[in-house]
Ligand binder design. Structure first.
Ligand SMILES: NC(=O)c1ccc[n+]([C@@H]2O[C@H](COP(=O)([O-])OP(=O)(O)OC[C@H]3O[C@@H](n4cnc5c(N)ncnc54)[C@H](OP(=O)(O)O)[C@@H]3O)[C@@H](O)[C@H]2O)c1
Length: 253
């Protein structure tokens, strides 16, 4: 790849899981990346994958000042911005009767407000060289599940935002989303309503087995597979307003 085709990319949620895999794939393809999350030590470790191509930018997306500073800082660091990957996400489990307002607010701030407001801030930069936004949504935004009302609503709204921005920013900027099924990261290891008397390790194993069983292909997704889908969205020049699901068949059954 020549320097001309190297893209300047801001990735949120880059400290672990899917975001880390996206940063790694981008750097392998010689793109230049600003990697954002809160965990400075984990981000430093990500930057070691390709120190000449990855710059760390620590920041909390629930903090208005830090969020609003992120796009201008990233554009300054990279000399412009071609791609925004909104990957940061939080999942707070709560069945009806145990839903907590603060959890809903935190979920909406990270999963919905940040992607929309970062895209708004990024749009003028992205428009200069035919750039794009890729939002990491979820199959739960298409088919919700019990105990995840706030998370599923945030991802459904993110899919709506994807389509609205695609229409509004065309033809200068493309906006797409990927919607993974359950992916093997820390997120599906957070316990969702397990019996408090159960051994936590056994409860996690059991939860992972139950989640795996939702997928006809018989396994969870890998972060690298989602990263490949994100790169596909970046490169598919006639694609905008689309949702690319990769879910081991979860939505087919
Ligand atoms: N794993 C799955 O099964 C699955 C399925 C479908 C969709 N997704 C979506 O894929 C994305 C990545 O998920 P994952 O599985 O990789 O989750 P993860 O391992 O829990 O990582 C979440 C990432 O979001 C960042 N983040 C969380 N709160 C933040 C905040 N306030 N400010 C800045 N960064 C914040 C975290 O970084 P810090 O903690 O360092 O801030 C971390 O890098 C999320 O949007 C998730 O909803 C996941």
């Amino acid at each position: 790849m020549t320097d001309r085709s190297a893209r300047r990319v801001l990735v949120t949620g880059a400290s672990r899981g899917i975001g880390r895999a996206i940063v790694k794939r981008l750097a392998m393809r010689h793109h230049r990346v600003v990697a954002n999350a809160r965990d400075a030590a984990a981000l430093k470790d990500v930057a070691r994958l390709a120190p000449d191509r990855i710059t760390v930018m620590v920041g909390d997306l629930t903090d208005v000042e830090q969020r609003d500073a992120l796009v201008p800082r990233a554009a300054e660091e990279l000399g412009g911005l071609d791609v925004l990957v909104n990957c940061a996400g939080v999942l707070r489990y709560g069945e009806v009767g145990a839903i907590v307002e603060q959890d809903l607010i935190a979920t909406l701030k990270v999963n919905l407000l940040a992607p929309l407001l970062l895209a708004q801030a990024a749009a003028p930069y992205l428009a200069k060289r035919g750039g794009c936004v890729v939002n990491v949504a979820s199959t739960l935004g298409i088919r919700p599940a019990p105990g995840l009302a706030g998370y599923a609503a945030s991802k459904a709204a993110l899919l709506s935002v994807t389509r609205t921005l695609a229409a509004e920013l065309a033809p200068a900027v493309r906006v797409n989303a990927v919607a993974p099924g359950v992916v093997d990261t820390d997120m599906p290891r957070q316990l969702r309503g397990a019996d408090p008397a159960q051994d936590p390790r056994e409860a996690v194993d059991r939860q992972l087995k139950e989640l795996t069983a939702l997928h006809p292909l018989g396994r969870l997704g890998c972060p690298e597979e989602v990263a490949d889908a994100v790169l596909f969205c970046m490169e598919a020049e006639w694609m905008t307003g689309s949702v690319l699901t990769l879910d081991g068949g979860l939505l087919a059954v």
